[in-house]
Design a protein around this ligand. Structure first.
Ligand SMILES: NC(=O)c1ccc[n+]([C@@H]2O[C@H](COP(=O)([O-])OP(=O)(O)OC[C@H]3O[C@@H](n4cnc5c(N)ncnc54)[C@H](OP(=O)(O)O)[C@@H]3O)[C@@H](O)[C@H]2O)c1
Length: 274
């Protein structure tokens, strides 16, 4: 069983990441500063952003002003769709790196598998990794056909694939494929963006474990072998979302939760991207 927010999952020979991270989509200004400072204070060390979120500069400010060693914080950023292509990805990376005010970005991802361009984008990420400017590289919103394309053509296999994943979008086939290829799956929108927090079955299980429905969904992710990156603008919820290491969901209840899959996408469905 994963023990705590301080536990680490090995990603590369040099880099290990925590079993849970902090999403930052739509967090800006003083709310972002307050949330991120608090999250770092209570032990979050994996921070998820993207050039598309427009908050890299503010995240860089908070990290710089924190008293935590740079090498303890794992910053993820992503190259956005309009930035894709070989040269433009290298330029986008440099913009992100400068805004974040860091020498290297720990984990750099292709945000979406943009047709045609994604192949050159991946070559740019391989170059950044070879140059030591990223500690790990990966993809996001890649389904099996997109991953097969990389496996067939690429020199480096992605270390991470970040996809929408939760009990109501339980991508078992993709998870098995990733496990077989040593690709760690990160779960975005692990709380279904809030849509299923009042699901009756989930409420019953939450009562049984004396936990909240959000905690049940996050714990389900961890026990399923994926790394959730929940987002909240509220400090009490930041703390609640990290408090998922003092209980474990038993096998029968995991199976019940596994049966809730309904292919619920709250973001675009990557199956439509060819
Ligand atoms: N790679 C991609 O394409 C992609 C796409 C989407 C998201 N992401 C990343 O994944 C992160 C998380 O996904 P997400 O933000 O879409 O969805 P999420 O984390 O599943 O859900 C966030 C929503 O749940 C609410 N919430 C959070 N904790 C809660 C709790 N304990 N109890 C009740 N409600 C709670 C939040 O409201 P409050 O803020 O008001 O608490 C917010 O409305 C993003 O922030 C982003 O970093 C990546």
């Amino acid at each position: 069983m994963t023990e705590s927010i301080s536990s680490r999952i090995s990603l590369t020979k040099e880099l290990s990441i925590p079993p849970i991270g902090l999403g930052t989509y739509a967090l800006r200004g003083s709310t972002l500063t307050k949330v991120l400072s608090y999250a770092l204070k209570i032990g979050y060390r994996l921070i998820d952003t993207a050039s598309f979120y427009g908050n890299e500069k503010e995240i860089g400010d908070v990290i710089r002003e924190s008293e935590i060693n740079r090498d303890e914080i794992i910053i993820t950023s992503k190259v956005w769709n309009t930035e894709q292509g070989y040269e433009s990805t290298l330029e986008a990376f440099e913009r992100s790196r400068k805004k974040l005010q860091v020498d290297y970005i720990d984990l750099y991802l292709i945000h979406w598998p943009v047709p045609v361009k994604r192949k050159d984008t991946w070559k740019a990420l391989e170059h950044l990794y070879d140059e030591g400017l990223c500690r790990a590289i990966g993809v996001s919103n890649y389904y099996i056909p997109h991953l097969n394309e990389i496996l067939e053509n690429a020199g480096i296999i992605p270390f991470v694939n970040q996809v929408e994943f939760n009990p109501f979008l339980n991508l078992t086939e993709l998870l098995i494929f990733c496990k077989n290829n040593n690709i760690l799956l990160e779960a975005y929108s692990p709380l279904t963006n809030g849509y299923m927090l009042h699901h009756e079955g989930l409420k019953k299980l939450a009562e049984k474990y004396h936990k909240t429905t959000a905690q049940l969904m996050l714990r389900w992710c961890i026990q399923t072998g994926v790394v959730p990156i929940p987002k909240s603008q509220r400090l009490d919820r930041i703390e609640e979302n990290a408090s998922v290491f003092d209980f474990s969901i038993d096998i029968e209840d995991m199976q019940t939760m596994n049966s809730w899959n309904q292919n619920l996408h709250t973001d675009w469905d990557p199956s439509d991207v060819h």
